[in-house]
Design a protein around this ligand. Structure first.
Ligand SMILES: *Cc1c(COP(=O)(O)O)cnc(C)c1O
Length: 361
């Protein structure tokens, strides 16, 4: 007898594979001192005032939190210059992406996204029985937005665009997005997933300012996991038309934006300049890593997030494993390339030195 009968859509899903941890790599290869550059985390622990706010909130966790995270939504709305009805909060921005799928995608509905891109898009599409329509990246590993627009049909419920893209790191401007949105029906929700917004060139524009007033079908998602260094507490937020926000709010699992996440988000909004200075440090390191890789002769796609992508093609698994055996854990995409998070200066030096030992352009 089979135990339970999972839906075929669930049965067919691969298990989610998070980036490998340093401890796991140490155990597998019998090494010490491994570093994890596999999950695009912030190398620094949270700012002390945020950790203190989380610790204080922990003392009240016998009570349920505010399901809607009202106070955080109000603060975010003020910060973003939009009405509070346009702001939602989720259990990480992946929680919001899942809510988008739950809200809009029925069996047989099409979901369009460039590929390769963020790995939850196919998972959430498949989970709903949706049909994934993928659009190849350009030779520079960037988005072809004309091709995305052409892939959208009346059956398309959702478009997912990671900007900057994970794992390639390339980004598109809001004016390029506007040209695409001009030819897409408002019946299709276009998600601009800005998990790495804080690391992007500001000259590429801000979709909240440049797109939301003109395109009611755009939902911008952001997170405190990357720039804010709060991946472990799970706070993401979305900004879009009130009709989109109220629809996806219906699918929020009760109290999924937990008390610690809300406390962390509020405290983070009090220390934005400190977060910006930490981001500046990561950007300086990113520039240094890119320069060093260029000097060594590597070609890289444009890096607009807190990682670099090395398109190693057929050599990917071999180089990934050689790095890992020497204690540098990166994220491989078999047959395509590796994604390497910008860590501390010492970690980045370790990556650069180890790469030079194991591979050449
Ligand atoms: C890391 C990441 C996210 C979000 O993560 P959360 O921790 O769930 O907020 C969302 N989108 C992309 C493209 C990412 O790389």
């Amino acid at each position: 007898m089979t135990i339970g009968r999972p839906r075929p859509a669930v049965d067919a899903l691969p298990e989610y594979r998070p980036g490998k941890g340093a401890a796991q790599a140490e155990a597998e290869h019998g090494i010490t001192d491994a570093i994890k550059l596999a999950s695009n985390e912030n190398p620094l622990p949270p700012i002390a005032s945020i950790a203190d706010a989380v610790a204080a909130a922990a003392r009240g966790t016998n009570r349920y939190a505010d399901h809607r995270a009202t106070e955080v939504r109000i603060r975010l709305a003020g910060r973003l210059g939009v009405d509070v009805s346009m702001v939602t909060a989720g259990c990480g921005s992946v929680g919001l992406l899942q809510q988008v799928a739950l809200t809009y995608v029925d069996a047989g509905d099409e979901v369009v996204y460039p590929w390769r891109s963020f790995e939850v898009y196919p998972v959430y599409t498949q989970l709903m029985g949706g049909v994934a329509v993928t659009v190849p990246l350009t030779a520079e590993l960037a988005f072809d937005l004309d091709a995305v627009a052409r892939a959208v049909t009346p059956r398309t419920k959702v478009v997912f665009l990671a900007n900057p893209n994970n794992p390639t790191g390339t980004a598109v401007s809001t004016s390029a997005l506007a040209a695409m949105l001009d030819v897409i029906s408002e019946e299709t929700v276009v998600v601009v997933d800005e998990a790495y917004r804080e690391f992007m060139d500001p000259a590429l524009g801000d979709p909240v300012v440049d797109l939301l007033p003109r395109y009611a079908n755009v939902l911008v998602t952001r997170t405190m996991s990357k720039a804010h260094g709060l991946a472990g507490v799970r706070f993401g937020y979305g900004v879009g038309h009130a009709a989109v926000v109220s629809a996806i709010d219906k699918t929020l699992a009760p109290f999924a934006v937990n008390a610690l996440a809300q406390a962390a988000a509020l405290a983070a909004l009090d220390v934005e300049s400190e977060i910006a200075s930490r981001v500046a440090t990561i950007l300086a390191e990113r520039a240094r890593v890119i320069e060093s890789l260029h000097d060594a002769g590597w070609w890289l796609p444009e890096a607009q997030a807190n990682f670099v992508y090395l398109p190693l093609g057929a050599r990917t698994d071999e180089v990934y494993l050689a790095l890992e055996k020497r204690g540098v854990v990166t994220r491989p995409f078999s047959g395509e390339g590796i994604r390497v998070t910008i860590g501390s200066a010492a970690e980045n030096d370790r990556f650069l030195g180890t790469l030079a030992e194991v591979a050449h352009p």
